[in-house]
Design a binder for this molecule. Structure first.
Ligand SMILES: [Zn+2]
Ligand SMILES: [Zn+2]
Length: 765
């Protein structure tokens, strides 16, 4: 008696070599049957001895191909008298192929890497080598179904050898849509600004020679152009920094393997896994102080962004004699990354000296992703900081079925998100929507992803802020609009990131978000679920003299905090933040705080960090987003040892728990002359963590809720995340941190989408 088992597998299982894998595995277990691409994934039917069928099932679920993402797996059994012999792949269901998820771009796999450096292989040193398990996907796909004619590989007919690989079910390149070789595929060239080739020989060797001379080369990667220089060459890195008008903002570096990375930074097991994961994100690591690296790479910072190569071209460049290269996004300031040869000339012409590029066009721009590991007491927690290449368009699974919705995110670090059924799919990181070109990137990315997913939204979720691009876009869309408060969206994004579907306390600390009362929120305690949330507490408020200017000049925030704590007497305090300002200007700013003219009220935790950074003198002006918060954490040197907090005072103001930050301002003023800055910074962090613990405790007593979700860009501060986690866990809370969805505004669209879905669902009941 045999067993026939019909298995349905959903997720990213098409275009990733799943059927050949099934074919091989069935042969290993001596099973007959068939497989095909169906409506929601792959259907497999096998027949044979019951034990073989069970072992086959286990292998299928536990050892899928590297690019596959299984999000559902179920089967039905029936007895058969005589099991079928032979296994075949049945023709695909055309409707099913349209609904299949598109895979993300993936790093060069091991077997391809071996071939790349094998002089006997026909693809030896071919910079566009790939296979079913690796290579570009999302970035080259024009439309679904995912087939070569609908990718930017369409202009390259395969040669007989490539075609034979493509057609053979036992070949690693079976149905590998970007399959190519030096005979039939795209060519790499090293060219100048006028697109004239600079060499007739090996373009990679010629580019390496330029890098050795300290020059800047723009290199085409999966999702756009990167600017590359020798990271050990001080002059070269300084030149890039100056030409790119980069200020002190750190550069990421490219290193060949984890062993090499250990020369530059500390790498835990979890960090090594993240570095080697198929997406190959930039991983934020703690740098060795004496790393053999130009000081210009990350001036004054102990954190280093490192990635392993994802394209064959990057492997070849590193192998031509560079242990470490700077690889930073090739974009004009504030603009999206260059994607075409034309836009590279326009945007990078003044920055780079040559272009190492090829004619496999990039259809969708995808920046490098950024990730890190938060060392929580309960175990290391990988967390995305910027979600883009390698992660898009992987879905996140909401805990209930969503109607088709679109969410347009916030204004800064924007992403958009589609929801439908049990899928939330975020766009790649789109950037700050302050320029015409970033807005048009937003428009095209939203349209493209909607087409790939074939989601026809019934509603658009947007922020409360009337001036955001997304809010206007939603109003023009002709669809029903659903406004979602910024911090509620953060709370929901953290809940859905953890698959939680119950009410929770949300601690949402970020820079800016419009509150329901029309003021700027950012240090918020919410209680709610996917449908609604109520503000139940916040940090005490202070003024932002000059509004947006206070965001760029933390000294203004320091003055405002001093004004909140001391009133007019702030002008007489013996502090650098007071003394160093022109007395006339200082008095104007203090008057603005006093009268509230041109000085909006805020409860922003991000601004509080800015203000303390300025008070402690670690960051008096901000060159890049969150610089003060980063530098305030930096002085702790990655040491997470707690210290006793300053006194924590929480007042019940009309039912709202308000954390008074003024005692901490006074403590800094009293202790600054006698206490080292790192100690004060540590106390500031500890005080904030203790205050969060106190407020959550009160809210638990009022509501009975024991789950706390931590969200908002301020939780990119590791020390704060670790301290708050320890504090709340010790008090018996279940603490939720972000993982696949960034805690910053880059994750807000996922929260908006799931809130819109939950509200529509509640209405329909
Ligand atoms: Zn491969
Ligand atoms: Zn070929």
């Amino acid at each position: 008696m045999g067993l026939r088992r019909t298995i349905r597998i959903g997720g990213i299982v098409q275009g990733v070599g799943f059927r050949p894998f099934v074919h091989r595995t069935a042969a290993e277990h001596r099973l007959g049957g068939w497989a095909n691409n169906g409506v929601d994934g792959v259907t497999v039917c096998v027949e044979g001895a019951p034990d073989d069928v069970r072992r086959f099932t286990r292998d299928l679920a536990e050892r899928p191909p590297p690019l596959a993402v299984i999000d559902s797996f179920d089967y039905t059994d029936e007895p058969v008298d005589v099991p079928a012999a032979g296994f075949r792949i049945r023709p695909s269901d055309p409707e099913g192929r349209r609904r299949a998820l598109v895979p993300a771009d993936t790093h060069l796999c091991g077997p391809c890497l071996t071939e790349l450096f094998d002089p006997a292989d026909r693809r030896h040193r071919y910079p566009l080598i790939n296979c079913t398990d690796c290579g570009p996907r999302f970035s080259i796909i024009l439309d679904v179904p995912y087939d070569r004619p609908l990718t930017t590989m369409a202009p390259f007919p395969m040669c007989a050898d490539c075609q034979a690989e493509y057609d053979s079910v036992t070949d690693r390149r079976y149905h590998a849509q970007p399959n190519a070789c030096p005979v039939c595929g795209p060519r790499v060239r090293l060219a100048d600004h006028d697109r004239v080739p600079l060499t007739g020989g090996d373009p990679v060797e010629a580019a390496a020679a330029l890098l050795r001379d300290g020059l800047v080369v723009a290199v085409q990667a999966h999702g756009g152009y990167q600017l590359v220089v020798d990271a050990a060459d001080n002059k070269a890195v300084a030149r890039l920094r100056k030409r790119k008008d980069r200020g002190n903002k750190p550069f990421a570096v490219l290193v060949a393997d984890v062993g090499e990375v250990r020369r530059y930074a500390r790498v835990s097991d979890a960090e090594a896994d993240l570095l080697c994961s198929p997406a190959r994100p930039i991983v934020l690591l703690r740098a060795h102080p004496d790393a053999p690296l130009s000081v210009q790479v990350a001036p004054g910072l102990g954190v280093l962004g490192v990635m392993l190569p994802s394209t064959p071209l990057q492997h070849l460049l590193l192998a031509s004699g560079f242990p470490v290269l700077v690889a930073t996004s090739g974009n004009a300031p504030g603009e999206p990354m260059a994607r075409t040869a034309e836009s590279a000339r326009r945007d990078l012409g003044r920055i780079c000296d040559a272009y190492l590029e090829h004619d496999r066009r990039i259809h969708s721009r995808v920046d490098d992703s950024i990730a890190r590991v938060v060392p929580l007491a309960g175990g290391p927690r990988p967390q995305l900081v910027r979600r883009a290449r390698g992660y898009v368009p992987r879905p996140v699974r909401p805990p209930f079925d969503l109607p088709p919705v679109l969410a347009v995110g916030a204004e800064l670090k924007n992403t958009a998100c589609y929801g439908s059924g049990r899928r939330l799919v975020l766009t790649q990181h789109l950037g700050d929507l302050g320029t015409e070109r970033t807005r048009s990137f937003f428009d095209s990315a939203v349209a493209h992803l909607g087409r790939l997913l074939e989601v026809d939204p019934v509603a658009v979720a947007h922020d409360l802020h009337p001036d955001f691009h997304g809010t206007r876009w939603a109003a023009r869309s002709g669809l029903r609009t659903i406004a979602v408060q910024h911090h509620h969206a953060h709370l929901a994004s953290c809940l859905v990131d953890n698959g939680v579907d119950e009410p929770a306390i949300g601690v949402v600390f970020d820079g800016t978000g419009l509150g329901e009362d029309g003021t700027i929120w950012g240090g918020e305690f919410l209680v709610g679920d996917y449908v609604s949330a109520r503000r139940r507490g916040h940090l005490s408020t202070f003024r932002l003299p000059g509004g947006d200017r206070a965001v760029r000049e933390p000294d203004r925030v320091a003055l405002a905090l001093l004004h909140a704590a001391y009133g007019r007497e702030a002008a007489d305090l013996p502090l650098a933040a007071v003394r160093d300002r022109d007395p006339f200007e200082r008095d104007v700013l203090l008057r603005m705080c006093e009268r509230g003219v041109g000085a909006p009220v805020t409860s922003s935790a991000g601004r509080l960090f800015d203000g303390f950074g300025a008070l402690l003198g670690v960051c008096r002006s901000v060159g890049y987003d969150a610089e003060a918060a980063i530098r305030l954490e930096e002085v702790l040197g990655g040491d997470h040892t707690p210290v006793p907090p300053w006194p924590v005072r929480v007042d019940d103001v009309g039912g709202l728990q308000v954390v008074d930050v003024r005692p901490w301002v006074r403590a800094v003023v009293d202790e600054l002359a006698t206490t080292p800055v790192p100690v004060l910074s540590r106390r500031f962090h500890s005080s904030l963590a203790a205050a969060i613990g106190e407020v959550c405790g009160r809210l638990r007593r009022e509501t009975g809720l024991g789950v706390v979700a931590l969200s908002g860009g301020v939780f990119l501060n590791q020390y704060l995340s670790v301290r708050v986690d320890a504090e709340l866990t010790a008090a018996g809370f279940r603490v939720l941190h972000h993982g696949a969805i960034p805690p910053s505004d880059g994750g807000i669209a996922a929260g908006q989408a799931v809130i819109a879905g939950a509200r529509l669902r509640a209405e329909a009941r």
